[in-house]
Design a protein around this ligand. Structure first.
Ligand code: FES
Length: 576
């Protein structure tokens, strides 16, 4: 088995003569300037996810330098190699469409090259799940580090952060509350440093969940990107990568069912991004573990939202860092978390918490008896409109809309939404329910973050701030609103969402976890027989797009490709 071999002997290129393969490999690697002594060391791969298009990863080159220093101080040989990188705003049609491609790239490069362990450098939303998915499948010792969150900006004395404030200011601009000059000024201040979005969006959520999962060094998720501490964390990560190579500490020993449940628990307690449910389902899926949405909802009902960060609260990631990061959260969650789960530094989750210094005082992480939101920050809905489930982040929504019945105003697709949402003649009122179809995994394709359907301009100008919105799309973790997402099955595969027509009545009842289309079954049956799938496949579909459309699974299976996930052998969270 190639996996039993170390260093340059791992994963030899096939020439039919292993000793010749090694001879040739050493000849070529020596052209990089390495000595025989260096080549005898544990070889530590480092994923280089830098790109000129990815400001969230702007610091990757200096982080790689620090990782290399750590590897060499610990006696290893660091070798960086490129993988695909993804930035949210530079991935057409949407970064989710490309996440699985990055996961395949990471998996196959880890597997193809002679690395005894690998340092995964992620940060922007899709990069962390893609790297974890790839690492889980390759099952070579791996340690994750993130680039870290940005610092906040300032506008007229007010703190600003990407991207909750991007959306807030854009909504004000649409409502003509601010002019062209001010929106341009704000545009220059929303992302003031390198690093990932500094609110509780998907990047911050996945960083904290990955630390809870045990795949990162303790208390590293919240360190801001531009701080010296981030560099020291990179050096320590490099040093530990040599340790896990020697110990053969593979991802399957860290990403256990207990650890994955801890990640789900932390997702709920931090009021994290709904996207993380999809990503954690995909990571778990690579290990033959499915996320049971109803059990996740039950877990939510006993988990308070504790972290006072935008968009559900007030603060930003730099404040969570000052407040002690994940350790402060885990201290509050002690009774709810599986503290014996092994983490990447060889200690358990709670050993790490005990070793972390508690902050003198902090006001970012609430106590369990004084939460931001009592329970069920993310709720799972069922009903005839979402037989396989839908999600709502009620912690970031208007409470008065959590029980609401209204008339559907339907948009058939993203182009239809763009064409009509601001039409002054659109027949829409504040208590209507906006419905977007064909924005799911296959429909869009790629399940874009289009679930945050904008308030129609004419209503925004009247001061309407929130409406019930329903789609099979995702939503940025930085957004706020009464927004039902991930409706499954999606409309493009004939889910009931496909049958909704403007004028139908829809009932949302979050306390009862219901999402109902109030149309009689006979009418629905007639519509079903008339329904034809949208032309998702063009005749000339080829390459990755064809692979994606043919094999992507629904949101409840993490939108992974069906051939990448092994058979499900367990469902989590297990009944508490
Ligand atoms: Fe990269 Fe927000 S755009 S984390």
């Amino acid at each position: 088995m190639t996996t039993a071999k170390r260093g340059m002997r791992r994963n030899l290129t096939a020439y039919g003569d292993e000793e010749f393969s090694l001879f040739l490999r050493r000849a070529f690697i020596k052209a990089m300037g390495y000595t025989d002594d260096a080549l005898e060391r544990p070889i530590i791969g480092i994923t280089n996810t830098y790109s000129g298009f990815n400001a969230c990863h702007r610091t990757v080159p200096e982080l790689i330098d620090a990782v290399k220093r750590g590897v060499m101080l610990a006696g290893g040989l660091p070798v960086e190699f490129p993988t695909i990188t993804l930035h949210e705003s530079f991935a057409h049609p949407t970064s989710m469409y490309l996440r699985n491609l990055m996961a395949i790239d990471a998996e196959e490069m880890i597997r193809a090259q002679p690395v005894d362990s690998v340092v995964l450098i992620g940060g922007c939303d899709k990069t962390v799940p893609a790297l974890l998915m790839g690492a889980a499948s390759a099952n070579v010792p791996a340690i994750l580090m993130v680039t870290g969150p940005m610092l906040t900006g300032n506008h007229k004395g007010e703190r600003l952060g990407a991207c909750t404030d991007c959306r807030r200011f854009w909504a004000r601009y649409r409502a003509k509350e601010i002019d062209d000059q001010e929106i341009n000024e704000v545009n220059s201040k929303l992302a003031p440093t390198a690093g990932t979005c500094m609110v509780m969006g998907t990047a911050s959520t996945m960083a904290l969940c990955s630390e809870a999962l045990g795949m990162m060094l303790p208390n590293s998720a919240a360190i801001p990107a531009v701080m010296a501490e981030r560099m020291r964390n990179a050096e320590a990560t490099g040093a530990r990568a040599v340790g896990i190579a020697k110990e053969r500490l593979t991802p399957d020993k860290i990403m256990t069912p207990d650890a994955l449940e801890n990640a789900l628990r932390v997702l709920l307690a931090i009021g994290g991004s709904t996207n993380a449910i999809v990503h954690l389902a995909a990571v778990a899926g690579r290990l033959g573990i499915a996320v049971d949405l109803d059990a996740f909802d039950r877990m939510g009902q006993e988990t308070p939202v504790l972290v006072d960060l935008k968009p559900t609260g007030q603060h930003y990631m730099e404040h969570l860092y000052e407040a002690g990061g994940l350790a402060t959260i885990l201290r509050e969650l002690k009774a709810l978390v599986k503290g014996n789960a092994l983490t990447i530094n060889g200690k358990t989750l709670f050993q790490n918490v005990e070793e972390a210094l508690p902050p003198d005082r902090q006001d970012v992480v609430r106590t369990r008896d004084n939460p931001i939101f009592k329970a069920g920050g993310i709720a799972v809905l069922r009903g005839n409109l979402a037989p396989d489930g839908a999600i709502i982040k009620q912690a970031a929504a208007s409470e008065k809309l959590m029980r609401h019945t209204g008339r559907a105003v339907v948009f058939e697709s993203l182009p239809d939404l763009a064409d009509r949402i601001d039409d002054p003649n659109l027949d829409v009122n504040a208590d209507d329910v906006l419905v977007l179809k064909n924005a799911g995994p296959k429909g869009a394709p790629g399940m874009p973050e289009a679930g945050y359907i904008p308030i129609p301009r004419k209503l925004a100008q009247q001061g309407v701030k929130d409406m019930v919105r329903i789609s099979d799309a995702r939503m940025s973790g930085t957004a706020f609103g009464a927004i039902v997402l991930h409706v499954a099955p999606e409309s493009a595969v004939g889910g009931p969402l496909a049958l909704v027509r403007s004028g139908d009545r829809i009932r949302l009842d979050v306390p009862e976890r219901r999402l109902e289309l109030l149309v009689d079954e006979q009418t629905l049956a007639a519509r079903r027989s008339e329904w034809r799938p949208p032309a998702a496949h063009d005749l000339d579909d080829r390459g990755y797009r064809k692979l994606f459309l043919d094999t992507v699974q629904q949101a409840d299976r993490g939108c992974d490709f069906e051939f990448l996930a092994p058979k499900v052998t367990m469902r989590i969270p297990r009944t508490p």
